[in-house]
Design a protein around this ligand. Structure first.
Ligand code: IYR
Length: 224
């Protein structure tokens, strides 16, 4: 095994406590404005914004820094149509008997159904793939570690980066979504995890009134 090559921690920034608190507060204030949107305008989004948000996602920590993710950005209307058609096949099955009643009841406040027009109207879809294992240049498998955790963290960074830039997102999860491998040309070693829908909210966009209610601190955290 090679010995690790270490370097001084680059560009760490410490802040006085007051400034720290102000920064933490401002970050929360910005993130709490994020809402999941299901009605998108067809307005195109600048490619550089998507690129920078993907670079932000790519800074996420990952098991052994193996970065076990791939993001396929879909803008082609014909490909979006194929994805919508494939997703709606699964969703029809889900909403008409495939899903247990308890699940459907939990979704009722969101008002979702099998129709997914946003998969065509939104300017950008990002299919997020988790690389269950890597493929070495000689074709052998390279083990990946903490893959769901790593991809989940990167996805969180991506959503936060897009929100920060002023774009709305929807974390869409057609189930199952194996069709994304074929449409995006990704190998079977990669598991599609989320189809992130990205764009501007349509004018007059509405969201579920209570959908933005987040649990108070006392319910999500404890100090011991
Ligand atoms: N994939 C379906 C159902 C769905 C499931 C959950 I969990 C949600 O939070 C929202 C929807 C759909 O997209 O309609």
């Amino acid at each position: 095994m090679d010995a690790p090559v270490l370097e001084p921690l680059p560009d760490y920034r410490a802040y006085p406590p007051d400034e720290m608190e102000a920064r933490a507060r401002a970050f929360h204030e910005d993130l709490r404005r994020r809402r999941t949107v299901r009605d998108f305008a067809p307005t195109p989004v600048p490619r550089a914004v998507i690129e920078q948000a993907l670079l932000a996602a790519g800074t996420a920590p990952s098991g052994a820094n193996l970065q076990p993710w791939h993001f396929t950005v879909i803008e082609d209307p014909a490909v979006k149509r194929r994805i919508r058609e494939a997703a709606e096949v699964e969703e029809r099955e889900f909403y008409s008997g495939g899903a247990p009643q308890e699940w459907l009841d939990a979704l009722a406040p969101l008002g979702t159904d099998e129709h997914k027009p946003f998969l065509e109207t939104a300017p950008v879809l990002i299919a997020i793939f988790a690389q269950r294992f890597g493929i070495l240049p000689d074709g052998r498998r390279a083990k990946h570690y903490y893959v769901p955790e790593s991809v989940g963290i990167a996805t969180g960074f991506l959503i936060a980066a897009l929100h920060h830039a002023g774009l709305a997102t929807l974390t869409h999860t057609p189930s199952p979504m194996g069709f994304l491998n074929e449409i995006c040309g990704r190998p079977e070693s990669e598991k599609p995890t989320i189809l992130l829908v990205v764009g501007y909210p349509v004018e007059g966009c509405t969201v579920p009134r209570h959908g933005g209610l987040k649990k108070p601190l006392g319910e999500i955290a404890s100090w011991i």
